[in-house]
Write a protein that binds this ligand. Structure first.
Ligand SMILES: Nc1ncnc2c1ncn2[C@@H]1O[C@H](COP(=O)(O)OP(=O)(O)OP(=O)(O)O)[C@@H](O)[C@H]1O
Length: 287
């Protein structure tokens, strides 16, 4: 009984500081994992472990408590292995460089050529995979393809994806207002819940957005359907008008790095990922 009383005693100032720091850390971790496959499993595990540890320690179930504390290390290792993609993505988010200006301010210089390309390729059922890099760098992925440094034009994009040409296999990466690589191998998404209908091109589109904050446009070779991937999600079957709206809206939200950084500070961490997801959700709701 004494232990229970001690456990629920009002903490002193230092205790309160510790509680606030711990709560802040937990909130930070949950925000980072929010929306990922691991979020609900992770919170479930933490709650379960917390309850079991509290009960075994307060009830003097020493053996069980000892086993739980030993299991903690293995569970942590297991979490790291199971949630490897999420952890990679979270670390990449942490490594974002909001002050980096990759020249994305010009919306028109990207939207129009991409739309024209997509319309042409979709009509002819030519497969395409176009990633637009944002704050998280994609250099390692660019290195899997052929480096380029060309202005974005619909003629060049369409030529790259034209069948039987050397660069048509793989994806194009646009950084700033330049096509910086073509024929790149994107990481494939390992999500099990993805439709069996989705082949490797679409899985690659989702895969790169799980690890970076890139926006990816996919044209299906089989159906000519146009999809857009962001933040590990795929929005399928967009017509020209919808693609224009979604793409313009996403790119409009891009500011020059410093302006966005200032804005984030003023609004208190209005995460771009949230606003873009809202755009996708709004679009989905409209259907
Ligand atoms: N990891 C990857 N990175 C970039 N491109 C890839 C990757 N894997 C496959 N691709 C591209 O996708 C093509 C194969 O597409 P596949 O038919 O398997 O996919 P899909 O999603 O069904 O697309 P589609 O509807 O166009 O057929 C390859 O020829 C290649 O160009």
């Amino acid at each position: 009984m004494q232990e229970w009383k001690e456990a629920f005693e009002v903490p002193n100032t230092l205790g309160w500081i510790e509680i606030f720091i711990l709560a802040g850390l937990l909130y930070f971790v949950f925000r980072l994992f929010q929306g990922t496959r691991g979020a609900s499993i992770l919170s479930g595990l933490i709650v379960l472990f917390g309850i079991l540890s509290a009960v075994t320690s307060l009830s003097h179930l020493d053996v069980l408590n000892w086993i739980l504390s030993k299991l903690m290390l293995y569970i942590t290792l297991a979490i790291m292995v199971i949630f490897q993609p999420e952890i990679r993505r979270v670390l990449a988010r942490l490594g974002r460089q909001p002050w980096r200006n990759n020249g994305m301010a010009s919306q028109k210089s990207l939207v129009e050529p991409i739309l024209q390309t997509v319309k042409l390729l979709s009509k002819r059922k030519i497969g395409a995979l176009i990633a637009i890099e944002r704050e998280i760098g994609t250099r390692a992925i660019q290195d899997t393809g052929t480096r380029m440094n060309s202005a974005v034009s619909s003629e060049l994009l369409a030529t790259i994806f034209f069948p039987h040409t050397p660069l048509h296999d793989g994806g194009v990466i646009i950084s700033g207002d330049r096509i910086c690589a073509a024929g790149c191998l994107f990481p494939l998404s390992q999500k099990e819940e993805l439709s069996k209908m989705l082949g490797t091109r679409h899985r690659a589109a989702i895969g790169i957005t799980e690890e970076t904050d890139a926006i990816v446009i996919v044209v299906s070779e089989e159906t000519g359907a146009v999809s857009i991937a962001y933040n590990g999600r795929l929005r399928r079957g967009l017509n020209a008008e919808k693609l224009h709206r979604v793409l313009s809206s996403m790119l409009r939200r891009e500011r020059t790095g410093l302006a966005r950084f200032r804005e984030k500070i003023q609004t208190g961490e209005a995460m771009l990922s949230d606003t873009v997801l809202m755009t996708l959700n709004e679009e989905q709701d409209e259907e």
